[in-house]
Design a protein around this ligand. Structure first.
Ligand code: APR
Ligand code: PHB
Length: 390
């Protein structure tokens, strides 16, 4: 098989890259380990920055997103039994849209297949070859047969647990990482959201987050011990903790309903530098992970492939490689801004086992500053809605 751009992974990064390249008249093939059903049903993040929505719109894949996405103009910070609204749109002129990552994936898979795009699911044994030459190839197995895909460049969009990053020799990459002493337990519940906006709660029992997917589906998260298996969290215990952590002094109530999906995700910060090695470009979670508190993961993946598609288009059009040369540095500026914001939001709202009483007082002082100072709230807001220039 032969194509111009070989893409590994059909998450938001791989699929959107394939679609943006198609709009530029560039051919690609996407190779995905899991089934179409699996990638379309996997419950993941759900907050789209306005810039992400605008890009999907320009790319012609935002029809359902415009109809079903929930546009939000503020978020709530909750602590000490009180609620404080951060009016995102008043402070920045911009908004966010809640739309599940798997819905973005469904829309992109459909757009690719309708345009005759090649997306191969249930492909395994992916191995990269010759990424340090100008004739790279991807070997893989599909339908029980060994295959080889020859291409001009490879886009490693295979997420944090993918194989593409390992094709970069250790001497040619530097990894920056941080682990957190907690994880997130995420649940999807068949009940109307109890709040119109996303609620981030810092409580003495730990962090909790109230989000949503539709007028009848609530998405909730709890900070949990990273060693505790999901089996330790029967539905009753989850609701009890959510009730305790989200409680307010003003009579707000959290409505409960059947839990449809439950999972624990570890928290980490991770960046590999540079994001390029020869003809291999690592985009999205393959190159960086942020803790989910800032809601940046999917938006970073989208930004990476937006810049990459433009750089590849310029290269194919004119032969000029300068945008490809600067691609990694361009992306890393946004990635590190998001790392800083996500780390800050995480520290603002979570409880660590090693927090001493002094640290807890600092955390409270920061939250109160955000509730009282417009300058502090604006800084949070401009990062949350997504910086246009980084
Ligand atoms: N071969 C082929 N495909 C693979 C392989 C492999 N060896 N390993 C992983 N994949 C696939 C995964 O099954 C997945 O569908 O690569 C895809 C990677 O997609 P994502 O993990 O969604 O990563 P990305 O597209 O970068 O999107 C980032 O995902 O984890 C969230 O918070 C994160 O919202 C962010 C988004
Ligand atoms: C979500 O709706 O899944 C969500 C919202 C905000 C976050 C993370 C996840 O910070």
């Amino acid at each position: 098989m032969r194509t111009q751009v070989g893409i590994v992974g059909a998450g938001p990064a791989g699929l959107l890259l394939s679609h943006l390249l198609h709009l530029e008249g560039i051919d690609s093939v996407v190779l995905e380990l899991r089934s179409r059903d699996h990638v379309e049903q996997r419950v993941r993040a759900g907050v789209l920055e306005q810039g992400t929505v605008e890009l999907l719109e320009t790319a012609g894949v935002a029809g359902r997103l415009r109809r079903e996405g929930m546009v939000h103009h503020g978020i709530e910070l909750r602590f000490g039994g009180r609620r404080h609204r951060v009016p995102l749109t008043d402070l920045t002129g911009r908004s966010i849209t809640i739309y599940g990552q798997q819905e973005v994936v469904k829309d992109l898979v459909r757009a690719r297949l309708e345009a005759g795009g090649r997306v191969l699911f249930e492909v395994d044994g992916v191995r990269l070859q010759g990424v340090d030459t100008d004739r790279p190839a991807i070997r893989f197995r599909a339908g029980g047969q060994d295959q080889e895909l020859h291409c001009d460049v490879v886009a490693g969009c295979d997420g944090f647990h993918g194989v593409c990053r390992d094709a970069v020799p250790e001497a040619a990459r530097r990894v920056f990482e941080r682990a957190y002493p907690f994880a997130w337990l995420g649940v999807l519940a068949a009940v109307a959201p109890s709040s119109e906006e996303i609620v981030y709660a810092a409580s003495e029992h730990g962090f909790a987050l109230h989000s949503m997917r539709s007028p009848t589906l609530t998405r909730l998260y709890l900070q949990v011990d990273p060693d505790e298996p999901v089996e330790a969290w029967p539905d009753g215990r989850i609701w009890e903790e959510l009730q305790a952590r989200l409680a307010t002094d003003d009579g707000w109530t959290l409505d409960e309903g059947p839990i449809l999906d439950k999972g624990v995700t570890g928290m980490r910060s991770f960046v590999v530098e540079p994001m390029r090695f020869g003809r291999l470009f690592l985009a999205g979670d393959a190159a960086h992970i942020v803790p989910p508190t800032g809601a940046k993961g999917m938006n970073l993946a989208v930004a990476d492939v937006h810049v990459l598609a433009q750089a590849l288009a310029a290269w194919y059009r004119t032969g000029a490689g300068d945008l490809l040369e600067s691609w990694s540095a361009t992306c890393l500026r946004r990635v590190w801004r998001a790392q800083d914001f996500s780390t800050w939001m995480t520290g603002l709202l979570h409880r660590s086992p090693d927090d001493d009483p002094f640290q807890l007082r600092l955390q409270r002082a920061r939250l109160e500053y955000l509730a009282r100072s417009e300058a502090a709230a604006r800084s949070l807001a401009e990062n949350y809605v997504g910086l246009q220039q980084v």
